[in-house]
Design a protein around this ligand. Structure first.
Ligand code: SF4
Length: 64
């Protein structure tokens, strides 16, 4: 699994961090998403898919 984020779309809502905190973080100053792990392990895959699904800005893309 490869994860791609679009910082331009991100509205700093933070749902991705709640869904997969090992993969996503937010910048201190403006809350924009930070990708911690571009190639998450299989055991994190469901959490990452969930993060992409709940992101209100559709800023998370998953390439399988
Ligand atoms: S859930 Fe989407 S909009 Fe919210 S911080 Fe994560 S990437 Fe940005």
């Amino acid at each position: 699994m490869k994860v791609v984020i679009d910082e331009e779309k991100c509205v700093a809502a933070g749902q991705c961090v709640a869904a997969a905190m090992d993969v996503f973080d937010q910048r201190e100053d403006d809350g924009i998403v930070v990708l911690l792990d571009e190639n998450p392990s299989d055991e994190l895959a469901d959490d990452v898919r969930n993060a992409a699904a709940v992101c209100p800005a559709l800023a998370i893309r998953i390439e399988e």
